[in-house]
Design a protein around this ligand. Sequence first.
Ligand code: PLP
Length: 395
Amino acid sequence: MTDHAHHGPATRAIHGQRQRDAFGSPHMPIYDTTTFAFETTEALREVSEGRRQGPLYSRYGQNPTLYALEETLAALEGAEAAWAFCSGMAAISTLFLTHGRRGIACLGEVYGGSLALLEQQLPDLGIATHLLPGHDAEALERCLAAGAGLVYLETPTNPTLTLLDIQAIAEQAHRHGALVAVDSTFATPINQQPLSLGADIVVHSATKYLGGHSDLTAGAVMGAEAVLAPMWRWRQNLGSALAPHGAALLSRSLRTLALRVRQHNASAQAIAEALPAYAGVARVLYPGLPDHPGHALARRQMRGFGGMLGLELAGGRAAAARVADRLALFTLAPSLGGAESLVTQPCTTSHVDLLPEERARRGIGDGLLRLSVGLEDTEDLIADLRQALASLETP
Ligand code: PLP
């Protein structure tokens, strides 16, 4: 835990970075430098042999702009350390290669790229992976007893916004000496702090809310120094560290993270409450609604319910496509977490490769739309949804 323990998230996002450059700039400038000079061989060896942290070579992650970003990222999650990567998938694959070699138990729904690694590529390398239901403690117990060393989960999940109990899962995993890593991309560090609930590692696709403007691709892991340390060589030699320009852009975005997330939360809640009244709406999936199956857990483990929302239409695939096409302020595009609202139909995008029965088993109906609620005026977003839904009433 850093000495920001007593600060709130908005303060951490702004003051998490303590390093200043030689001229006292309030933020770390972009060191677009690939290599750094030393006065003596001994001074160089101190850094290259890991006795002192300092700039050396940017691909290794040894760059002042990256260090400054990582201080903020660590402060935001209440972590000892954080490392930044060139994408969310770079962070996740490096995590799996480092800590997954004894076997990985993956719980519930996860992002398609993570799933592809777990289902196809890691087994090719001889890494045992187990895709388990989210809420099956007995299946997890068997997997842990068989020696799996890493439990991996997302909460809330994509696209059904299912909640998993981080604390209960961490307690179970720790009884077997396994690590728990949580992809907290949907929640953000503002709404959820997995480390404080017992997780060992937090992963983010910083491409989403942390970046927040759909203009950068980045990833991050946060956790205790000793847990992250073995990942360092993998990041170095896979070449997956974030480059300085991306790091500076992400640092800048983090300064407004708390402000943005509060607005995402407020708008999504208002939309979730308004939608059930409209004709054609079969179901609204949002953890902030009392009828959401994970609502009680969300109240316990989250400080806000997030900006992602599922909208299931009674008219199925055609109705969902029609509404998506009629929306004017929700742009039809994958991804999430930006200032602009986005809409996708998971059966045509993120989950297109699954058979219809498999999607149904996972609760992903063909009439489901996934909304990433942006930062536009809430009333404008509700009016846009209202007019798009009204189009279902005309032939
Ligand atoms: N995790 C989640 C929950 C995601 O939604 C995504 C991408 O959509 C990723 C990880 C991968 O992130 P990136 O696209 O930055 O590699």
